[in-house]
Write a protein that binds this ligand. Structure first.
Ligand code: BDP
Length: 747
């Protein structure tokens, strides 16, 4: 039995709450336990045999100090977690840890915690200590932080240990996040649609706010806090000006109130032209005093509504969004305009480096962001953080790291990852992104010699940056399972865990997610983690092997489109042929000194490695080099043979995933089993479509025979080119123009 006691506190007279009450609540939720709603916070009963290894008696929960909303949330989570985990164990009084209590609280509010000398100074404002110790003769567990949110994070960590069956009887854990701001970027529009969202509509119900606060908001906040996410940008980077109107500010304030106890701050994407569209000024020029005054007043209004408002995210001068260049100003002048309005409130500007619109004549799109920002190093205000995508192009299945990492020692730099799988099969494909995120973080920029990884740039250890941050474009929507599929949840999870600790292992994170989401049975965990770890390479193989990129259909970005060529409505650097550069002689984009020389944007040792055909990683070969079809790879195969075999290998990997999953039915509830099995079948179909269409297209250019044993695509190239999907989730507005009559459908 779990008792909650409130003692050693200044204000406390809280009656004990009994387990029964919470058990009833848990049972009510149980009917929906297998629909994915509970994510990794399922708190399934721990087997009695496992518990038997620990000492037994009733568990008391003892909050120390003032019971703030955050500590209340921590207590509620402990009750919920322990109730579920102890659940229907035959001996209901068997407990997890001790013959005593779980004490939790914030050192500032609790003399008792301070007296325990837990070494809290080392864990900073967001970390925690979990320690098993003996106090007044009682064996207890203490979960402590320097702030309430630190305690909340500690509570989730403690519960995770139980969920993953890690010992909890002799704990001495102490940790702090390596990155200060760990943010989810929602690309949600105010009309409820989600740009590149594949999990239903927006979870923010603007028409219901501020009067009705869906309980989903709280469950969302719990999930975020459980992995340490502490910021949410509520709206799309292609921002609507309405978000800055008083009507929406009251709604935003209501959401902020729900998220606040979980340590989550809200941020807004704003359009650069807001002074004109919202403020009715004639200009948005950053050097115009009227514009500066307008932003100052607007920011003041926001902070009156949301006192802990986080700041702005800005997409400027990109894909048609307005920006400072229109006024002949630099990106730094634009960013500082907002930064100065926010500075009195300690607000941040996350200014995106995804800028390329104004240089449409550039010989290489991937060079533009570096060319624009590198000369501005040192010109940004302290509270500006430059938000840089992991690669220099645009969230492709594989890209080299962005050359701005390491190249701007006097500028705060943050990493932007895409959790939603826009370019990796979208809703239905099983692609675990932990490995992609890990690659991005571990990439070595060599900016200060070996070991100058992207992780060290963004965690501040390379250049002493104070405001450190990371963002992930969210994959969360109104679907009951939040992310459109069960396995997509693992990408939200992995993002949060790597944001907390960019040195963590994608493999370990996958294993913990599987254990919490499904079961601890190793007969299930091992093969499923194996599938997840191989899944990203599979999608690279069947879509963009050997360093190809951006070969997808236009607009929807769903399905193959290697034939997409520049045209009246297709700028060259949005087309596929611009990137593949495939011709009768060969394939690949020459980015060496003889080509666009994008390689020169990297530090010398990296540039030398990429430039050398001997040393360039094979999985980035065609990103950096244009090579003849007959070029021999290290395996001895020709480039043509190898390319074709990658497409085939990708499909084979998906077939293997399907077969693996098919054998796992005994370990999963039927509902989640069937959903995943059906989605894997869809993925196999899509992988074959990619393989066949890509082979058909590139063969029409190379005019070479297929390698032995590879079957010819079942359709002619024309059929693949004509196949058209008019609507795809996540592409609000029109998809490609499809003739609705009898366009041929490939097998
Ligand atoms: C691209 C997406 C587009 C986004 C853009 C961005 O296709 O919808 O608006 O990124 O990051 O990849 O701004």
């Amino acid at each position: 039995m779990i008792h909650i006691r409130h003692c050693w506190c200044r204000h406390g007279r809280h009656a004990p709450l009994l387990l029964g009450l919470f058990a009833a609540l848990t049972c009510a939720g149980a009917v929906q336990a297998h629909d994915g709603y509970r994510l990794w916070l399922r708190y399934r009963p721990v087997p009695a045999a496992w518990l038997a290894r620990y000492r037994r008696s009733a568990t008391e929960l003892v909050p120390l100090g003032r019971l703030t909303p955050t500590l209340r949330a921590a207590r509620a989570e402990l009750v919920r977690g322990l109730t579920g985990l102890l659940g229907t164990a035959p001996r209901s009084t068997v407990t997890v840890t001790t013959n005593g209590a779980i004490l939790f609280g914030n050192a500032h509010d609790s003399p008792l915690i301070r007296s325990l000398r837990l070494g809290l100074r080392r864990v900073g404002a967001q970390g925690y200590v979990i320690r098993t110790l003996t106090l007044r003769g009682r064996h207890i567990t203490v979960i402590a932080g320097n702030t309430d949110v630190g305690v909340l994070y500690g509570v989730f960590r403690f519960l995770r240990r139980l969920q993953t069956r890690r010992p909890v009887n002799a704990l001495a854990l102490s940790t702090r996040p390596k990155i200060r701001y760990r943010v989810l970027d929602f690309w949600d529009n105010l009309d409820g649609t989600v740009e590149r969202g594949y999990a239903g509509s927006s979870i923010w119900k603007w028409n219901e706010l501020p009067q009705y606060l869906s309980p989903r908001y709280t469950d969302f906040a719990r999930a975020c806090a459980s992995i340490g996410i502490n910021g949410v940008v509520l709206n799309n980077v292609n921002a609507s000006p309405y978000v800055l109107t008083p009507l929406y500010l009251t709604k935003i304030a209501a959401l902020a109130r729900v998220l606040r106890p979980y340590g989550i701050r809200v941020y807004l994407s704003v359009p650069f032209s807001a002074p004109i569209t919202v403020g009715r000024l004639s200009s948005a020029d950053p050097l115009d005093p009227a514009v500066q005054g307008w932003w100052r007043r607007k920011v003041g209004q926001i902070y009156r509504a949301v006192p802990d408002f986080g700041g702005f995210l800005m997409k400027a001068d990109s894909e048609g969004e307005p920006g400072p260049e229109h006024y002949g100003r630099t990106q730094a002048q634009g960013a500082n305009l907002l930064a100065r309005a926010l500075a009195p409130y300690h607000g941040l500007v996350m200014w995106r480096a995804f800028v390329y619109s104004t240089r449409a004549d550039s010989p290489d799109r991937v060079k533009q962001s570096y060319d624009v920002f590198k000369p501005l190093d040192g010109q940004f205000d302290r509270n500006v953080i430059l938000q840089v995508k992991n690669g220099p192009l645009d969230f492709q299945p594989r890209e080299p790291f962005h050359p701005l990492f390491g190249a701007m020692p006097r500028t705060n730099l943050m990493l932007e990852l895409e959790i939603t799988k826009e370019y990796l099969g979208q809703q239905t494909s099983l692609v675990y992104l932990g490995t992609l995120f890990e690659d991005a973080l571990r990439a070595d920029t060599w900016a200060q010699g070996r070991g100058s990884t992207v992780a060290r740039v963004i965690d501040g250890s390379l250049y002493g940056q104070h405001d450190t941050a990371i963002a992930g474009v969210a994959n969360i929507g109104s679907d009951r399972n939040w992310c459109g599929s069960i396995f997509n949840q693992s990408n939200w999870y992995a993002f949060g865990r790597l944001a907390w600790n960019p040195d963590a292992s994608a493999h370990t994170i996958a294993a913990q997610w599987v254990r919490m989401t499904f079961t601890n049975n190793s007969a299930f965990v091992r093969p499923v983690v194996g599938m997840m770890m191989a899944s990203r390479e599979a999608v690279v193989d069947y879509t963009d092997p050997l360093g190809l990129a951006s070969q997808m259909a236009a607009g929807t970005h769903f399905g193959p489109g290697p034939w997409v060529a520049p045209g009246p409505h297709m700028p060259p650097d949005w087309s596929s042929t611009y990137y593949s550069r495939a011709d009768a002689g060969g394939i690949g984009f020459d980015r060496t000194a003889s080509g666009s020389d994008a390689i020169a944007q990297y530090a010398a040792p990296v540039a030398a490695r990429f430039a050398s055909l001997r040393h360039c990683p094979e999985d980035l070969l065609l990103w950096f080099h244009h090579l003849p079809w007959s070029y021999r790879l290290r395996s001895g195969r020709t480039l043509w043979d190898a390319l074709v075999r990658h497409y085939v290998r990708g499909v084979d990997a998906v077939k293997r995933m399907r077969a693996t999953w098919a054998g796992l039915a005994p370990y999963v509830d039927p509902r989640r089993f069937r959903l995943t099995a059906a989605f894997l079948a869809i993925q196999e179909h899509n992988a074959m479509w990619w393989r066949d269409a890509s082979i058909a297209y590139f063969q029409s250019i190379s005019h070479l025979p297929l390698p032995t044993g590879v079957a010819a695509p079942p359709d002619r190239l024309r059929a693949y080119e004509a196949f058209c999907i008019p609507y795809v989730a996540g592409t609000p507005g029109a998809g490609p123009a499809c003739p609705p009559d009898d366009a041929p459908v490939p097998h």
